[in-house]
Design a protein around this ligand. Structure first.
Ligand code: ACO
Length: 338
């Protein structure tokens, strides 16, 4: 198949199919009340989360990612043999190496195509889409499989009430291509600030602090987060990323028909939604109440739910935005096509 060109003769990257996978096991706020000193009322008021999914031991990151990938390939109407690059965004890889992307390449039976992981915490899906867009539009690859998969329960301390109520497991995926019908990736804006790295991190298990009896006994292999500080940065950065992205795409806030923000906290989503006052609340896509924060996967899962339940119109403009550890942030403007 030949890549489609726009009026200026350039290839334009599109999302031509989406998929997601959520483990069946549910961890409700009532379950958490039995594990730590918390309450359904506190969790719902402060975060909007009612329940989240927890993967079984055999549902590791590559397994969830492969399931989401198969659905995305099917939704794109292509064969797995047509995939020519695989990118996986995750902070919870099966192993430090080999990459989770290589493991998924085997599980879905893809050809011996290049496969790699990238890491931008909760912004990972947007970073991966941006890389895929560049490869497609440069003519290097035709059909790129983008996957975000997270088993956050493997790095969550279920004795720490300030974090364990927030996170869930799951995977989202899409196929980015220069051919076929789908959502045009009009523009992606990305950013980072390593100065704030310590606000949200897993302190041990890397080369700076390799795993030892001491790191395990001090519970350094779990997510550590300065929640309050992260909250402020999240609102500020996602708001400005949305604004920059809309401007760079030559669009305007009143042309946005759907907003899919990172699903970390309902209060953060509401703060960003204030910028889009013309949007009815059902046009601000939310999954946080049922899945919690699934890090890189959150936007991929939400996009798949939207794509399967709503017929995208050519005039639609869908704005994705995310924020996460690093700190990292970004936004992407997608446009409906005929
Ligand atoms: N149940 C009951 N009480 C709790 C709980 C809990 N689960 N957790 C904290 N508290 C208590 C605290 O101990 C504190 O008590 P104190 O006042 O007696 O000291 C009180 O509640 C308030 O705590 P705060 O941390 O100030 O609560 P806040 O309103 O900021 O909510 C939260 C905390 C939900 C973590 C919020 O700050 C948040 O959502 N932050 C952003 C997280 C985020 O966006 N992450 C994105 C990236 S994630 C990634 O990249 C992996």
């Amino acid at each position: 198949m030949v890549n489609q060109l726009n009026s200026s003769g350039m290839i334009k990257a599109k999302i031509i199919g989406t998929g997601s996978f959520l483990p069946e096991r549910v961890l409700s706020n009532q379950d958490l009340e039995k594990m730590v000193e918390t309450s359904d009322e506190w969790i719902v008021t402060r975060t909007g989360i009612k329940e989240r999914r927890l993967a079984l031991p055999e549902e590791y990151t590559s397994h969830m990612g492969a399931n989401a990938a198969r659905k995305a390939i099917e939704s794109a109407g292509i064969l797995v043999d047509q995939i020519d690059f695989i990118i996986v965004a995750t902070i919870t890889p099966d192993f430090v190496f080999p990459s989770t992307a290589c493991l998924i390449q085997k599980q879905i039976g893809a050809r011996f195509v290049p496969s790699m992981d990238i890491q931008a915490a909760c912004t990972g899906f947007l970073y991966a889409i941006s890389i895929a867009k560049s490869f497609v539009e440069s003519g290097t690859y035709k059909n790129i499989l983008v996957i975000a998969s997270e088993k956050l329960s493997s790095i969550t301390n279920y004795e720490d009430r300030s974090t364990c109520v927030l996170f869930g497991d799951g995977a989202g995926a899409c196929v980015v291509s220069g051919t076929g019908k789908g959502l045009l990736i009009e523009h992606v804006t990305l950013g980072s600030d390593g100065e704030q790295a310590e606000l949200l991190m897993m302190p041990a298990g890397g080369s700076r602090r390799p795993a030892s009896i001491e790191t395990v006994s001090q519970k350094e292999h779990y997510i550590k987060m300065a929640g309050n500080e992260v909250f402020k940065h999240a609102v500020r950065r996602m708001e400005s990323a949305c604004k920059e992205c809309i401007e760079a795409a030559g669009s305007s806030e009143d042309q946005i028909t759907y907003l899919i923000p990172h699903q970390a906290n309902l209060r953060i989503i509401d703060a960003i939604a204030k910028r889009f006052e013309h949007l009815p609340s059902d046009r601000i896509f939310k999954t946080v109440h049922k899945y919690g924060n699934t890090s890189a996967s959150s936007i991929g899962i939400a996009l798949d739910e939207l794509y399967r339940t709503y017929i995208v119109q050519p005039s639609d403009q869908i704005l994705l935005t995310a924020f996460g550890g690093g700190l990292t942030w970004g936004a992407a403007l997608l446009k409906g096509t005929i």
